[in-house]
Design a binder for this molecule. Structure first.
Ligand code: C5P
Length: 326
């Protein structure tokens, strides 16, 4: 909630939603090192909460973020300095406004992130925090510049410069992503999908998973890129979770399993517990199980996390919103 009490600091709060890739097709690496993707994103109800506090004391030419505090069940390892993408996001909005509209007296701000999304888990948690921070900084600084918005295309461009998943975490819903995942087309879908998400205590580095896929392909040990999304698109339109489950696909999964063979046990445990289907989420190591109902998802999340040491289970529904200021 946004609140202003006399001279007290004004706070702005946003939800930063996680995502799962219901289809992730990865083509060859490009010259810039990124891989061309054909992916279908779905945003999830699971979200971090990002709060930006306008500290007043408007000065020009001072650092704009005074502090970043991280809390919550997945706070471990999240940076509390300018290496955090959310901090950079605030700086980028500031720079954009300064360059396009000139320097005016604007306030210093503080950031707080409550982490409910597993870190380094393939669920775009850091990207979602950055997307939320973009919207929060736009709202806070926009007041001083007398504008409501910097424009969706500017926000998308600033987001894409921060990370490939940031534009989707701004948009939310269900979307086809191409390019490096930043070129988006919203997709029509029916129904609500119930997910059991099994996070691992140990994260996986995204670049290392992409590199491993290239290695496996060079050695003839991974299949050709799955770049056709016709079947998953039709399944999502049907609203039939079983049909969607049958078409879940992730080209990065063999690479994630090669780096983390223990994830096979997690995938098996989810299927044994009654999931419709399960995949590694994005670059992993979180495993995402599509379930027939909310009750099934709760039971599967509980059962798998008890059975597999070093894991935590949580449930989520999709599709959900993009980053939104409350
Ligand atoms: O865009 P982002 O910073 O999230 O990407 C992290 C890393 O993941 C990249 O540096 C690259 O190694 C890999 N990546 C990729 N192709 C993509 C997206 C990410 O190779 N489409």
């Amino acid at each position: 909630m946004n609140a202003s009490h006399g001279n007290e600091p004004i706070t702005y709060t946003a939800h930063a939603h996680a995502k799962v890739n219901v289809h992730l097709g990865v083509a060859e690496p490009r010259e810039d090192g990124f891989h061309e993707l054909v992916t279908v994103f779905q945003s999830l109800s699971l979200h971090d909460t990002v709060t930006l506090t306008d500290l007043g004391n408007a000065e020009v030419d001072k650092p704009r973020v005074q502090y970043l505090k991280v809390s919550g069940p997945h706070e471990a390892g999240v940076p509390e300095d300018d290496t955090n993408l959310a901090w950079t996001a605030v700086d980028r909005i500031m720079q954009h406004l300064y360059v396009t509209r000139g320097g005016i007296k604007i306030p210093e701000v503080g950031l707080e992130i409550h982490k409910a999304i597993p870190t380094a888990g393939g669920m775009a948690g850091g990207s979602a925090d950055a997307a939320a921070a973009l919207r929060l900084a736009e709202r806070c600084y926009g007041r001083y510049y007398g504008i409501d918005s910097v424009g969706d295309h500017i926000l998308d461009a600033l987001g894409a410069a921060l990370g490939s998943d940031v534009p989707f975490t701004l948009l939310g819903g269900t979307a086809l992503g191409t390019g490096r995942g930043e070129q988006l087309t919203s997709m029509m879908t029916r129904g609500t999908y119930h997910w059991a998400l099994i996070a691992s205590d140990r994260g996986l580095s995204t670049p290392s998973v992409f590199r491993k896929l290239d290695e496996l392909r060079d050695a003839g040990r991974a299949s050709a890129p799955a770049l056709d999304t016709t079947e998953i698109s039709q399944a999502l339109i049907s609203g039939d979770a079983q049909r969607v489950a049958a078409h879940l696909h992730n080209d990065l999964q063999p690479a994630a399993l090669s780096l983390r063979p223990d994830l096979r046990k997690t995938l098996e445990a989810g299927m044994d517990a009654g999931a419709l289907n399960g995949i590694v989420s994005g670059s992993g190591p979180t495993c995402a199980f599509l379930c027939a109902s909310q009750e099934d998802a709760e039971e599967i999340a509980a059962q798998v996390s008890i059975e597999i040491p070093g894991t935590k289970g949580v449930v989520a529904q999709g599709p959900a919103a993009g980053a939104e200021v409350l």
